[in-house]
Design a protein around this ligand. Structure first.
Ligand SMILES: [Zn+2]
Length: 257
């Protein structure tokens, strides 16, 4: 017998299925990432497809099915104005949704993932400058890396527990000045380091309020970009990663390594 349930959810993406249907990836707090079938959602007249917009918090109603659970209703609970009117905000948030869709395994619930993505959408979809959004992206990916088990501890050198001066994914995280710098090492100023510590420990919205000079922000973008590219290149399509970090010239870095 089909079992009906309701859950909060955020659409991460979808793909076509058969002639008229789509399969939606939805991030939920208690069920993790789930794939839900929406019947008829490829038809232009589908009301369901209109409700299943990404980047907003939805109240999703579903019924269990043999192969896939089916969406039977979706109501908007929380939408963010910038995503409708600001293409750069929308592209960034869709990029991060695509990243999560690829990086998160289905049916491994973690409430932290849901709440950090919800925080990200509220902060990036509100009033924010381009540079604030880029720092949000970094803080968000840094947190997600921690949740998914790819954390680097910004408090100590991964080799000798000394005070870190650089970040290198190939060296396993932060490193102090006592060791030779690997080719992918990014040297960090004390300000850039304290930003990465804050992003590790504080809620997303508090971390991005820390003052950071333009040069330090660029270093943070590059350090986080290279780290995430390295750690997730096995699970996330590199094209998604390169699009996400288009501002820091990672395409060139990826070609070199
Ligand atoms: Zn060391």
């Amino acid at each position: 017998m089909a079992l009906a349930y309701a859950t909060p959810g955020i659409v991460l993406g979808y793909r076509p299925l058969r002639e008229a249907d789509r399969l939606y990836s939805v991030l939920t707090p208690d069920r993790g990432k789930v794939e839900l079938l929406a019947r008829g959602s490829r038809k232009v007249t589908s009301k369901l497809a209109g409700s299943l917009e990404p980047l907003q918090l939805l109240a999703v109603e579903a019924v269990s099915g043999r192969q896939f659970d089916h969406v039977v209703g979706a109501d908007r609970m929380e939408a963010h104005p910038a995503f409708a009117v600001d293409p750069s905000a929308r592209v960034l948030a869709l990029g991060l949704a695509g990243f999560l869709n690829a990086a998160v395994k289905p049916a491994e619930p973690d409430r932290r993932l849901f709440s950090v993505f919800r925080e990200l959408l509220a902060a990036a979809g509100g009033e924010a400058t381009v540079s604030e959004r880029l720092l949000l992206r970094d803080a968000f990916l840094w947190k997600v890396s921690t949740i998914l088990g790819f954390a680097a501890d910004p408090a100590r050198c991964a080799v000798c527990a000394g005070a870190p001066t650089m970040l290198s994914a190939s060296a396993g995280g932060f490193q102090c000045a006592a060791h030779p710098a690997p080719p992918d090492a990014v040297r960090l100023s004390p300000q850039a380091l304290s930003y990465l510590r804050a992003a590790h420990d504080l809620p997303l919205v508090s971390a991005v309020r820390l003052p950071l000079a333009v040069e330090d922000a660029k270093t943070v973008h590059r350090a986080v970009g290279l780290y995430v590219l390295y750690q997730f290149s096995g699970t996330v399509d590199p094209a998604i990663l390169l699009r996400l970090f288009g501002d820091v010239g990672l395409a060139a870095a990826a070609v070199r390594s």
